[in-house]
Design a protein around this ligand. Structure first.
Ligand code: PLP
Length: 388
């Protein structure tokens, strides 16, 4: 199997696996006062320091969650229209992940251009009219890899007294992500999207965001900001997965199985991604968001006239794992809201996402080169015979 679906979940990094296995040996609950509890707590607190340092925040401002769906929901609840708050109005970009869109169903929608980049002049107008706002703008899009101008959006928000929440899930581990340098008010992160295990995520808050309205209260863990026993092994693996990604921490990494250059070299991934795009274009595909600054590992390829789910299934049969921007449930294909927001019309139901994992190789590209043109030709023939 050639796994080219890293934006769904990255393969576990060796350093993360080792940290999870070590933490599984611990028995204590981090809230317990005895030695076993304190040992578990040390793991959680070391991870908190390491992750906060990696992503440009303070350890006391990092709240562990179950993943980024919860981190986004907490940010919107805590900083925006949460029930217990006076309520900032929420503005979301049209291409946010469902984790954000579903947490703010009444939000105003910020449009994007044909490459998926948010229209900041429209944001300026929205911020000028109306009361205080919480703006949600993702750093990198999960379907296209498009990078948003976060630093510019942050200064615009600050000029208008608005808060900016950034879903940094797909960017973290792939490009440098630093909350303070971006000037945003919060970042959502997910362990399994950067090579850690599933089951952990974090909301990193800027120092000025002191009061947080908890979504889950429970036992008062995470300084009352998120109740529930933290998943110690997942948190240990989350922090270990970032250790070779952070320039600040790479120097401290002693893991010989995962040299930083091999795991994170964006030039290598861009080279492989460009090769995949050339193969797809030669077979008739259109690259979505090709004109925007993008993540090096991601490409979104539309094949005019051919349903996305048919492409995904055909490639799976050839041993290649990719995903569709368009979701398919109970036989019904729905279009990608991201590509639809970019004005791509019918192509929104005809695009697949190829997202290279940190350990992708030239062999993956060779397999794609063999399978994609065959898949495209076969499905086009099927399409033509149905039309005839
Ligand atoms: N935000 C983005 C951009 C994502 O791609 C995803 C997962 O696909 C999420 C949030 C949700 O992350 P998690 O799986 O940790 O809940």
């Amino acid at each position: 199997m050639h796994y080219l679906d890293a934006n769904a979940t990255e393969p576990l990094r060796p350093a993360a696996r080792a940290a999870v296995l070590a933490a599984l040996e611990l028995t204590g609950n981090p809230s317990s006062v005895h030695g076993a509890g304190r040992a578990a707590r040390r793991v959680v607190e070391a991870a908190r320091i390491s992750l906060a340092l990696c992503f440009g925040g303070r350890p006391e401002d990092l709240v562990f969650t179950s993943g980024a769906t919860e981190a986004n929901a907490l940010a919107i609840h805590a900083l925006g229209g949460g029930k217990d708050r006076a309520g900032r109005r929420v503005i979301v970009s049209a291409t946010e992940h469902d984790a954000v869109l579903a947490a703010a169903p009444d939000a105003m929608v910020l449009p994007v251009n044909r490459d998926g980049v948010a229209e900041l002049d429209v944001l300026a107008r929205l911020l000028t009219d109306g009361g205080p706002a919480l703006v949600c703008l993702m750093l990198a899009n999960n379907e296209t890899g498009t990078l948003q101008p976060i630093a510019e959006a942050a200064s615009l928000c600050r000029r208008h007294g608005a808060w900016l929440h950034v879903d940094a899930v797909q960017a973290a581990g792939r490009i440098p992500v630093d909350l303070a340098a971006l000037g945003a008010h919060s970042l959502a992160l997910s362990s399994h999207k950067l090579g850690g295990p599933m089951g952990a995520g974090a909301l990193l808050l800027a120092p000025e965001v002191s009061a947080v309205n908890a979504l889950i209260r429970g036992g008062g863990q995470e300084r009352g900001r998120r109740g529930g026993t933290p998943p110690v092994p997942a948190i240990a693996g989350f922090a270990a997965a970032t250790s070779t990604d952070s320039p600040k921490l790479a120097a401290a990494s002693t893991d010989p199985t995962e040299p930083a250059a091999a795991s994170t070299d964006p030039t290598k991934l861009a080279h492989l991604r460009d090769a995949i795009e050339r193969i797809a274009i030669d077979a008739g595909a259109v690259v979505c968001s090709g004109g925007a600054p993008r993540l090096a590992n991601t490409t979104c390829l539309a094949l005019p006239g051919v349903r996305a789910d048919a492409q995904v299934i055909a490639l799976d049969l050839e041993g290649i794992a990719v995903s569709a921007g368009a979701a398919c449930s109970s036989g019904k294909v729905t279009s990608s809201h991201v590509l639809a927001a970019m004005g791509l019309g019918a192509l929104a139901g005809q695009a697949i996402r190829v997202s290279l994992p940190w350990n992708a190789t030239a062999a993956d590209v060779d397999a794609f080169a063999a399978a994609y043109p065959r898949m495209a030709a076969r499905l086009r023939v099927a399409l033509a015979s149905r039309a005839a």
